[in-house]
Ligand binder design. Structure first.
Ligand SMILES: Cc1cc2nc3c(=O)[nH]c(=O)nc-3n(C[C@H](O)[C@H](O)[C@H](O)COP(=O)(O)OP(=O)(O)OC[C@H]3O[C@@H](n4cnc5c(N)ncnc54)[C@H](O)[C@@H]3O)c2cc1C
Length: 465
């Protein structure tokens, strides 16, 4: 059954880069009463992912790199829930809300933008011990976890526990992996001074990459330079090496190395969101939605898609598709919104065309690497360019100002080194108190600490320092 109402309804699935920027543009372009826009996202905010490494390193307040969808999209209806199925046939989006009965949302026009998820492999122990680096929750968790590991290393008298706590493994050396590792290592290096007996040389940071080079997003020479910088910092970068097993945090690499590590971060690329497979949209061999250069889903004139979940033809490189990046996502969103409005008005649609400008990456405070429009920058200028470029892309003046303030404060004050991992378990203390009350045994302060000590290492491992 096809839904129709007097005012056409546009449903956007996914409120990330593509979804949010499309909705922002539609808000500006649509005349009153021309169409109503509904945006569905699991979260009620958009995450500016390129700032995740800086948030993990404590240079940015995590709340400042997320944008409230309700605040920036006052003319759109926001539905917080998970889209479970999108049908082209009957033009409906099935949504599971966080509570209560599911909803079926009919649409006249669809924007499909659920992005991507971490591309994992069936490696023993990976699902149990690893963590990705795509969400603000993961970034905050990792920051707390790394600081918790330093805390544990400074407190324990067991050398095995200490060594394991101070071993950090990152798998995948694209820019996301390199940035995440470099920023966290920089933070941990800075933080060591506060942890008794933990020296920077006690920490072991590994970057494991299956191919023969790091950062394919920049040229060979810039990648070489970055590799050299990481190694100079003592980071053990292993090229042409794969993670073979991580059972019980025991890491086994394909080059024969074996050791225990409390921290395993998986940053080995992305794959289209599995939602694409549960829809009747046309897919390519990699599971991405097949779209035309006009960003319409192949075979339709009412469904659009772009970003990490879509195979967008790269008109500047015939035969290729655009890479999954914020740079393309933002520009595609703009073109998509304009084409959607043109469709509504019966006007001509225009193709998406953008030649990749290059990449900027931060490698810790005042360190970076950038290759933009053929210009190569290293160290401070690259780091500065990374910050200014991404700041300019961040939606709303409010967020820009807050981020600028975070950076300014960070110039004058030392980093915060408090691990707030307990935030994930707000009831822990109360449960403990209630349990102790039930036993009617009021333990002395020293006894309390002793009783809880054995759980501590396990909590750190689980990321709950
Ligand atoms: C650590 C990191 C650093 C990066 N740095 C850079 C960089 O420096 N430069 C650059 O160009 N790119 C960078 N990227 C890549 C860039 O962030 C992505 O390419 C971009 O976010 C893709 O946009 P998107 O809209 O397709 O997906 P996303 O921004 O991921 O948005 C997808 C949205 O869909 C929602 N969603 C998912 N499933 C459902 C569902 N079933 N129902 C409802 N909603 C759903 C999600 O909650 C999310 O909000 C980085 C990525 C990461 C992880």
């Amino acid at each position: 059954m096809t839904y129709r109402s007097s005012v056409p309804r546009i449903v956007i699935v996914g409120g990330g880069f593509v979804g949010t920027y499309t909705a922002l543009r539609l808000q500006r372009l649509l005349r009153p009463g021309e169409a109503r826009v509904t945006l569905v996202d699991v979260d009620s905010y958009m995450t500016y992912q390129p700032f995740l490494p800086e948030a993990a390193a404590g240079n940015l307040e995590p709340r400042h790199l997320v944008v409230s969808l309700r605040a920036v999209l006052p003319r759109c209806e926001i539905v917080s829930g998970r889209a479970t199925r999108v049908c082209l046939g009957d033009r409906r989006v099935h949504v599971e809300l966080h509570e209560g009965p599911p909803r079926e949302i009919p649409y006249d026009y669809l924007v499909f933008a659920p992005g991507s998820i971490s591309r994992t492999l069936p490696i023993p122990g990976l699902a149990e011990c690893g963590i990705g680096f795509k969400t603000v929750e993961e970034a905050i968790h990792l920051r707390n976890h790394v600081l918790g590991c330093l805390d544990l290393a400074a407190s324990t008298i067991d050398e095995t526990v200490r060594r394991r706590a101070l071993t950090f493994v990152f798998v995948g050396a694209g820019y996301a992996g390199v940035e995440a590792l470099a920023e966290l290592e920089d933070m941990a290096r800075d933080a060591c001074r506060y942890f008794d007996g933990v020296r920077t040389c006690d920490m072991r940071w590994y970057l494991v990459e299956a191919t023969g080079r790091i950062m394919p997003e920049v040229g060979e020479d810039m990648a070489e330079w970055t590799l050299h910088q990481l190694r100079r910092r003592g980071i053990d970068v292993r090229l042409n090496t794969r993670l073979e097993s991580a059972v019980d945090h025991h890491i086994v690499l394909s080059d024969g190395a074996e050791f225990d590590a409390d921290t395993l971060v998986w940053t080995a690329g992305v794959k289209p969101n599995p939602l694409t497979a549960s829809c009747d949209l046309p897919l390519d061999a990699k599971g991405r939605v097949r779209v035309t250069p006009l960003l319409t889903v192949e075979g339709t004139d009412y469904a659009f898609s772009a970003g990490d979940c879509a195979a967008v033809p790269d008109l500047t490189n015939p035969g290729a598709t655009t890479a999954p990046s914020a740079q393309h996502a933002v520009r595609q969103a703009r073109r998509l919104a304009e084409n959607l409005v043109a469709t509504l008005r019966g006007e001509r649609l225009r193709p998406y065309r953008h030649s990749y400008a290059g990449s900027v990456a931060s490698l810790g405070r005042y360190k970076g690497v950038a290759q933009v429009y053929g210009m190569k920058l290293r160290g401070f200028p690259a780091w500065f360019m990374h910050r200014t470029y991404h700041l300019s892309r961040m939606p709303t003046l409010n967020r820009k100002a807050r981020i600028l303030m975070d950076w300014t404060l960070a110039m004058f004050f030392r980093r915060e080194i408090v691990s707030m991992g307990a935030l994930a378990e707000p009831r822990r203390e109360f449960e403990y108190a209630a349990g102790a009350g039930a036993r009617q045994a009021a333990p002395a302060a020293g006894a309390v600490r002793d009783e809880r000590e054995p759980e501590r290492a396990e909590r750190v491992r689980a990321g709950r320092p």
